[in-house]
Design a protein around this ligand. Structure first.
Ligand SMILES: NC(=O)c1ccc[n+]([C@@H]2O[C@H](COP(=O)([O-])OP(=O)(O)OC[C@H]3O[C@@H](n4cnc5c(N)ncnc54)[C@H](OP(=O)(O)O)[C@@H]3O)[C@@H](O)[C@H]2O)c1
Length: 264
């Protein structure tokens, strides 16, 4: 995938990894559509991207509401003839035990992370196919590869994304649709501050582990380089990525560690 001259739609572009990836992509001189809920934050990112020599427009919407997604897609497709790439970074985490978390909070996390991402994809995919193909980047997590305490529904949404998008990739190989699963470890963003507690409110605390995570700038450089190479899985982070390999090759060690690990 060569990004120069392409039209790329990025969710989660107001903050953290999505924001940094938008800025990194803007160095490639492309056209960016930036989405998240916070319009002002998106406008700031758009100004940085324009300074870097790209063009950028903002399309605020809420991944958790189907009407909001539909309106955004209709407005974008009315203006843009073609979309070449759709990159999903929008998402919300969780910091609460499964036993304490009411089902409406689990559903809220699924609505945003899974159904919002899937619905946007389904609405944009016909455009990518009509355009003889395109790229879809989907942000999972290392906890999309194994379960982890204090994040039961969050981990479940990320596992679900793997199942959905691996199937979609297989179904659309002949349509030239390239799917990259982005699998971050611990990246230094506000994800733990924005994570929902058992009452469905933002937790407003930075995790110690998160604070020591990889910088968003370095993360974005790695992601963009690997998206360019159309890698099917993009692991990005520090030593915590080892857990993916431990879960795969030494499951009994993972079962033990997962009961001992400090979840924050
Ligand atoms: N940081 C990590 O260590 C880490 C690790 C693994 C995976 N990830 C994944 O990476 C992605 C980006 O997270 P981040 O770390 O960059 O966290 P972040 O700074 O909190 O960014 C999350 C982004 O998602 C957007 N968002 C949240 N809820 C939304 C909604 N209902 N509708 C539309 N947009 C919504 C936020 O924008 P608004 O508030 O403006 O809507 C923001 O742009 C997420 O999918 C996350 O699960 C992060």
């Amino acid at each position: 995938m060569k990004f120069t001259g392409k039209t790329l739609w990025i969710t989660g572009a107001s903050s953290g990894i999505g924001r940094a990836v938008a800025i990194e992509l803007s160095l490639k001189k492309c056209h960016l559509i930036l989405s998240a809920r916070q319009k002002e934050a998106l406008e700031e990112v758009a100004a940085i991207c324009t300074n870097n020599g790209s063009t950028a427009s903002v399309m605020p919407f809420d991944l958790g509401h189907t009407d909001s997604i539909t309106k955004a897609v209709n407005e974008v497709l009315e203006i843009e003839k073609t979309i070449d790439g759709l990159y999903h970074f929008g998402g919300i985490s969780q910091r609460s035990y499964a036993n304490d978390t009411p089902i409406n909070v689990d559903r809220k996390i699924f609505d945003t992370n899974f159904f919002g991402t899937v619905e946007l994809t389904k609405k944009v995919l016909p455009n990518l196919i009509a355009n003889r193909g395109g790229q879809i980047g989907v942000t999972s997590s290392i906890v999309g590869k194994f379960g982890f305490p204090y994040r039961s529904s969050y981990a479940a949404t990320k596992h679900a994304l793997h199942g959905f998008f691996e199937s979609l990739r297989a179904e659309n190989a002949s349509n030239n649709i390239k799917v990259s699963m982005i699998i971050p470890g611990r990246i230094k963003t506000n994800i733990s501050m924005n994570a929902l507690d058992k009452d469905g409110n933002a937790r407003n605390k930075m995790d110690e582990g998160q604070d020591k995570g990889l910088s968003v700038e370095k993360t974005a450089r790695i992601i963009v380089k690997k998206l360019e190479k159309e890698k099917k899985e993009i692991l990005v982070g520090g030593n915590e990525l080892m857990m993916v390999h431990i879960r795969r090759f030494f499951p009994r060690l993972y079962y033990y560690l997962s009961t001992k690990v400090q979840p924050l």
